[in-house]
Write a protein that binds this ligand. Sequence first.
Ligand SMILES: C[S@@+](CC[C@H](N)C(=O)[O-])C[C@H]1O[C@@H](n2cnc3c(N)ncnc32)[C@H](O)[C@@H]1O
Length: 275
Amino acid sequence: MYFFWYRIKQFLRFYLAADTRYQVHSPFVFEFANAVLEDDRWFYAFEDVEAIRRRMLKSDVTLDLTDYGASDKSVTLVQKQVPLRHIVRVAASSAAQGRRLFRLAEWLKPERMLEMGTSVGVGAMYLAAAARDARLFSLEGSEACVHVARANLGILGLNHRADVIHGAFSNTLPGALQALGQADLVFFDGHHRQAPTFSYFEQCLPYVHERSVLVFDDVYWSPEMTAAWEQIKQHPRVTLSIDCYDLAFVFFNPGLKEKQHFRLVPSAWKPWKKW
Ligand SMILES: C[S@@+](CC[C@H](N)C(=O)[O-])C[C@H]1O[C@@H](n2cnc3c(N)ncnc32)[C@H](O)[C@@H]1O
């Protein structure tokens, strides 16, 4: 209950302070807002992924989940036997988040992507469908989820470009980063604790470059995650951060003269802020 009120309070603070693209002076941030927040083109891939989600929501299958305790989004996920439809409801990226990830990848045109926390593959499907020339490594600790995610990626013919790697992040992250060689887009969506999140962020730094984008889910999930987000924003290598509440983005572009932080919402959320 405490976290519920925490998130409501954080959302109100975020919303009141947020700008739309019309208040942004940076051409780069304006371009980001147009591409990721305002673009309303519809892609066939959206329907494909959502059809798989609907099928999972109707399924009676129960999965044997590995217990990652407080790292998961819901305390109910720590039980061993969990219905697939429950995992889809509480842990998978929403359709709106998926579309945002898709538009980001479509705009960025990454070659090498990494996702930390695959669950049943919803985010991975959106990312891999958007960046058709990219390689995606997606890390997941729960073996049952790995099988479901691989099957889902297979249905969309994406499994030759998207590898789901089984194991705890602490074991799989170093090897995945080494195998990728560079990280153009990284999606952090698992192990929602401050110290591990910051440590995974630091491990990625040797692999990022000036066009890389790191995306964080759930930065208002708990005070710990908000503290991790503050720590990440302050890191000397981060030149720009854009907080869109459900997803938060960091950039390393050295062309941006001084560190900047934005809170952005689509202009439809604040229609009076057009000037
Ligand atoms: C929120 S879900 C990921 C959702 C997915 N990214 C999507 O877009 O649908 C988080 C996942 O991270 C996994 N996870 C959490 N902590 C982990 C850890 N330390 N090592 C490996 N996997 C972990 C959980 O098993 C869970 O499936």
